[in-house]
Design a protein around this ligand. Structure first.
Ligand code: FAD
Ligand code: DLZ
Ligand code: SF4
Length: 511
């Protein structure tokens, strides 16, 4: 127990680094750091059990790390007697416990909690300072300045600005190699003879084992397997995994960025988003490491640029969009989509082999890579006209890296185009042919990706055309959709009708 003018320093579950704003200028002699496991955060959506284990175990390890460095840490466990179940309640109890004169926190990653924090002063009776989260390379204010006056936002413009401003992968004012974006070189499917290097699972230590037991006893009914939990939860393990990625998988990351393969859920991806999002990895250090690997000749430009674009471009861009447009963003529904999510989103029990595989990977690992999320699961949700609120919630629940600032723009904007095109210039709708080209999923499917009508037809095909027909008013004028509508306009009335009938029949069976 500390005395005098203590400051309570609040650290949330996704703010696990010593450099986090709330811990700056901390007085180790007087201040107390609070981390709290609370029911509200573990249940506001039905998180995948591995996601809960990851957050709580990483929190416990980080608290231990701070305590070992000599700080006073107050750690509240989920099953501690007296736990109020809310962050607000735990901050108020800790203020009283430590006779704190003020509270310092860092802005959260979700609008929901940001709103809640506005009530912390009333709940605690002391001044509460919320500091900017400066782990990002683009502040909320800088994004707002960039966005001002723009009706549509485009990642590519934002990305070039971030490259120029940060100097990452630049030669003077020019991009290294003369091109900003090498995406066109990052679309290979996985050849049979290429085997991605395995990613070691981290054996749970005693702390993680205790959290697994806790989660098993309280959240066993949530979607997702708990057996096989292998995420890293300490900085040291995370850094070793990151370095291994740079050496073993980054060189081929670019080539196979869009590939999908049965039984190979991670391919050449980094699998670092959970670590990055909770503060166990620092984006600036990652960017520097990738650039160094390129300049040392260890990785080609299409890999280095491809990776840097994700972290310096997409990640910063979606965060900017989130804070710039919330709270209204989530309420938009450009296609007036309202279909309930099919039950197989939670069971994986479907005869569409691609969906069964991607949902199965999600259940087993609380992870699916970008193209699985976007072009299989997301594409399907878009084509069937699934209710955006249900889709958004599903994505927030099932992935270990899901925090709303990053999940929502990706789901609501990139996948569903529910924002009317604010984030992406066109919907990523695709037929079964795309999935066939980029994966081996179709080989074991009872449907055929090259057939559109009839009992063996891949459902994605007719759904694709139904989507284009139904949303023609919105999409026909879009330059980037011109080819699609030229093709559609060549359909005979019979072909059009057959396509619609096929799609409706599938949707009826789905219901
Ligand atoms: P890699 O493919 O190796 O990429 C490296 C890093 O780049 C990632 O770790 C991530 O930090 C960043 N990145 C890549 N793409 C994006 C993107 N579109 N937006 C933001 N960052 C990106 N990412 C999350 O972190 N949390 C989410 O909840 C999330 N939800 C998504 C939902 C949908 C529908 C889609 C299409 C994408 C979503 N993403 C989300 C983005 C992306 O799919 C994941 O970041 C990526 O799959 C994480 O795996 P990885 O670390 O192996 O990434
Ligand atoms: C995701 C999560 C979970 C499962 N549990 C906790 C918790 O018990 N305590 C906590 O401080 N944070 C947790 N988190 C992360 C928060 O939900 C996250 O900080 C906000 O969603 C956004 O910043
Ligand atoms: Fe998916 Fe269609 Fe291929 Fe089957 S045929 S795996 S449903 S894309």
């Amino acid at each position: 127990m500390s005395h005098g003018a203590a400051t309570l320093r609040v650290v949330l579950g996704d703010q696990l680094c010593r450099g986090i704003a709330a811990l700056r200028d901390l007085d180790p002699a007087r201040d107390v750091v609070l981390l709290a496991e609370v029911a509200e955060e573990t249940t506001y959506v039905r998180h995948h059990p591995q996601k809960i284990v990851f957050f709580l175990s990483a929190m416990r390890h980080f608290a231990a790390e701070l305590a070992e460095s000599g700080l006073t840490v107050d750690y509240v466990r989920l099953d501690d007697p007296g736990n109020t179940g809310t962050l607000r309640g735990e901050v108020a109890r800790a203020v009283a416990r430590h006779d704190a004169q003020r509270v310092v926190a860092t802005e959260p990653g979700e609008w929901r909690l940001w709103q809640d924090m506005a009530g912390w002063e009333a709940a605690t009776g002391v001044p509460v300072t919320i500091r900017e989260d400066d782990r990002f390379l683009c502040s909320r204010e800088e994004f707002a300045t960039w966005a001002k006056g723009r009706r549509l936002f485009r990642m590519e413009h934002f990305y070039r600005l971030m490259r120029a401003r940060s100097g990452v992968l630049m030669t003077g004012d020019e991009p290294v190699g003369g091109r900003w974006n090498l995406d066109a070189e990052n679309r290979r499917s996985l050849p049979r003879d290429v085997e991605p290097p395995p990613i070691p699972a981290i054996e749970p230590d005693a702390t993680t084992a205790a959290v697994i037991a806790l989660v098993r006893s309280r959240f066993a009914d949530h979607f997702g397997d708990l057996d096989g939990f292998g995420y890293a939860v300490t900085r040291a393990d995370v850094e070793a995994l990151w370095e291994r990625f740079v050496v073993e998988r980054l060189p081929a990351f670019g080539d196979y960025q869009d590939a999908m393969a049965r039984g190979r859920p991670f391919l050449f991806h980094a699998v670092v988003s959970p670590y990055l999002n909770v503060g166990l990895l620092d984006p600036r250090a990652m960017l520097a490491r990738v650039e160094r690997a390129f300049r040392d000749g260890a990785v080609p430009l299409n890999a280095a640029e491809g990776f840097i674009r994700q972290v310096l471009g997409w990640r910063e861009y979606v965060r900017g969009i989130y804070w710039h447009t919330m709270p209204g963003y989530a309420d938009r529904n450009a296609f007036a989509a309202d279909r309930a999510l099919p039950a197989f989103f939670w069971s994986g029990d479907t005869d569409l082999a691609c969906l069964a595989e991607c949902i199965g990977d999600t259940r087993r690992n609380a992870y699916a890579h970008h193209i699985q999320r976007l072009m299989v699961i997301g594409n399907f949700a878009l084509l069937i006209g699934a209710d955006p609120a249900a889709v958004n919630r599903w994505y927030l629940e099932v992935y270990a890296d899901a925090i709303e600032w990053v999940q929502l723009p990706n789901t609501h904007g990139m996948v569903l185009h529910a924002d009317g095109g604010m984030l992406g210039s066109k919907p990523y709708a695709a037929s079964g042919r795309y999935i066939q080209r980029m994966s081996d999923y179709c080989q074991r499917c009872r449907y055929r990706p090259d057939v559109a009508v009839g009992p063996t037809a891949c459902p994605f095909n007719a759904l694709y055309w139904r989507f284009m027909i139904r949303n023609a008013d919105r999409l026909r004028g879009n330059q980037r959709m011109a080819m699609v509508y030229r093709t559609l306009d060549r359909f005979t009335p019979e072909k059009r009708a057959a396509m619609l009938e096929q799609a409706e029949g599938f949707l009826d069976r789905l219901a």
